[in-house]
Design a protein around this ligand. Structure first.
Ligand code: NAD
Ligand code: WQD
Length: 337
């Protein structure tokens, strides 16, 4: 039996493939390389087994998907494949709804048709917006502020409805801010163009591809005035997926949401300081205006993840920066040769 990993060449999918292999699972990767490259697949195979199956396909291609379920003995699925850039989603809303909802619906239909009942879905803390109560629990109200965010909100609802009446069990994992890389430094985040996210931007400054960081706002109601997030090591996140599959295998959950965060909030300045320690030189930065749409502060209450999945994060901000820097330093241009 095997686990199908959609978006398996991407940042989180590639790390999860390694953790799944380490946990003794057979893995089938699927990706259309819309935001990744074959280099990631080769790097995952080098860390695991040269035999790891990979299918290049678009999840919205029903025939291709049917072929995957016919060819491989799949009994569980982790669904990472999606477009994920908040800003881009505002300018390309139809592409985001088409890709993210089309993929999720097509995949769920194929699973039901082939009798595959266990699904782990990549959701996001973006569904909480700025919560009234922090740390935020899964019971907090949800919504969205961008087309990207709505695709996560709507995918959650679609899967909740599907699990009500169809033979499907789903864990909706709400990730906080994944950063870091596998400690070997051979897989990691490889964003297209200028990074939108903080840590990839900081690391490209450190490696000399960008001149300096712009910190968006220092007048927030936080201890040092910069915005606070719950950064989580991507390997902790990957291990959370293994735990989620184990939980699905042991009981029928219906459809349930679980936060994957550390429970620790770090400010932008704290991240910059940790990155400077990892790199060994100060990261140059300037303070500029707030970025429109940003929230002030959020971090997870991870208690439900521990109770429901038996999972807890083990890596701290220094581990995240050390491993992210190790990847960036060894691969200054990402997977490009
Ligand atoms: P990523 O872009 O690195 O990986 C997604 C992968 O899916 C890419 O390799 C892309 O080529 C593939 N893909 C996209 N559409 C596809 C399609 N129609 N068919 C086949 N493959 C397709 O992103 P990531 O950071 O690894 O994120 C994985 C998931 O986690 C996404 O669903 C994302 O929304 C979610 N998420 C990410 C973050 C984050 O900060 N990275 C936070 C919360 C949630
Ligand atoms: C973190 C902090 C910025 C860049 C996004 C998505 C969210 C989720 C995770 C997918 C903020 C500040 C950033 C820079 C900066 N993804 N920053 N200078 O905004 O928490 O969340 O990724 O689901 O949906 O919105 O992450 O890494 O962009 O920003 O000062 O050049 O760093 O203002 O406070 P964010 P981020």
């Amino acid at each position: 039996m095997a686990v199908l990993v959609t978006g398996g060449a991407g940042y989180i999918g590639s790390h999860t493939a390694v953790s799944l292999h380490e946990a003794g699972r057979e893995v089938v990767l699927l990706d259309n390389f819309s935001n990744s490259s074959s280099g990631a697949v080769e790097a995952v195979r080098a860390l695991t087994t040269p035999d790891m199956a990979f299918i290049e396909a678009d999840l919205r291609d029903g025939e291709a998907l049917d072929g995957v379920f016919q060819r491989y003995d799949i009994d569980e699925v982790i669904h990472f494949a999606a477009f994920k850039a908040v800003g881009e989603s505002v300018g390309r809303p139809l592409d985001y709804y088409d890709n993210n909802l089309g993929s999720t619906i097509g995949l769920a239909k194929a699973m039901v048709q082939h009798g595959v009942e266990r699904l782990v879905f990549s959701s996001s803390c973006t569904v909480y917006g700025q919560p009234d109560t922090i740390p935020v629990t899964e019971a907090a109200p949800t919504g969205a502020e961008s087309p990207y965010g709505w695709t996560k909100y709507m995918s959650e609802q679609i899967l909740r409805d599907a699990c009500e009446s169809l033979p499907l069990n789903t864990i909706l994992l709400r990730y906080f801010n994944p950063v870091g890389a596998h400690p070997e430094g051979t897989i990691g985040e490889d964003p297209n163009g200028i990074p939108n996210n903080l840590v990839p931007f900081v690391m490209q400054v450190a490696v000399g591809r960008l001149e300096k960081l712009r910190i968006f706002g220092s007048d927030y109601d936080t201890p040092d005035g910069t915005a606070v997030r719950d950064y989580i090591h991507v390997v902790d996140l990957a291990e959370g997926h293994v735990s989620a599959l184990d939980a699905l295998a042991s009981e029928s959950v219906g459809c349930t949401a679980v936060n994957l965060g550390t429970g620790v909030g770090s400010s932008v300045l704290e991240v910059v300081e940790a990155a400077s320690r990892a790199v060994g030189t100060p990261i140059p930065y300037e303070i500029v205006d707030r970025r429109s749409g940003d929230i002030e502060k959020i971090w997870a209450d991870p208690a439900h993840a521990t109770a429901a999945l038996g999972w807890t994060s083990t890596r701290d901000l220094d581990d995240m920066m050390r491993d992210h820097w190790n990847w960036q330093r060894s691969n200054p241009n990402g997977f490009a040769v």
